[in-house]
Design a protein around this ligand. Sequence first.
Ligand code: PEP
Length: 249
Amino acid sequence: MSGLTKLVAGNWKMNGFSASLGELKAMIEGAKTLSGVDLAICPPATLAAQAGWTLKDSTIALGGQDCHAEKTGAFTGDVSAEMWADIGAKYVIVGHSERRAMHGETDAVVSAKASAVLRAGLTPIICVGETLAERDADKTVEVVSSQLAGSVPEAAGKASFVVAYEPVWAIGTGRTPTTAQVAEVHAMLRQALEKRFGAHGRTIRLLYGGSVKPDNARELMSVPDVDGALVGGASLKSADFLAIARAAA
Ligand code: PEP
């Protein structure tokens, strides 16, 4: 066990309309009875400002799902890390597998985005994870360690950041790796971070993500070096998100 306070971060992806703020309010109410766990919700950009006001003074932090590496400029449709900071965000997810696969984001792009998040004074949640073909070819450790090396910028050596291990084949599929498979990757991630950053590497939270649900959260959260969860689908419903948060507390 790493002994770090666990973080449960909800990634709403391209889901949520104004009416979803009701779910957020229910999460805030439910989270009042929880201690010993950090919580965050990453809404779509259209809800970000309203979500920021709703979450203000609550125990749930606001997070972004992505950002541009530059601070401002002619980048139509993009949002910068400083803009996330401006509305009170604490975290920004970078390198989610959907961004890597659908927007061609390389490790170098992810690293630049993570640097931008640090520049803005926020905490990047840097995602890594293998595809099913890579797992079947026994390349999981090779792929994930290479993503980690390429996606975590040098500047992170003195800053707070989070790594999320998300096997691509487990995201939104209802399939999860065995606890032994999760333990193997998280041990490798911890070792790699300690090798690169020394004692600082022991302070980095390693989240597991991919079909985390109320009924499997407790088991996944008990795996050594699992310091929380990045939750997609189950973070859209307050009851499910709170049940996962309780399992991590
Ligand atoms: C995710 O997309 O980060 C994720 C973990 O999704 P889900 O929980 O729906 O598998």
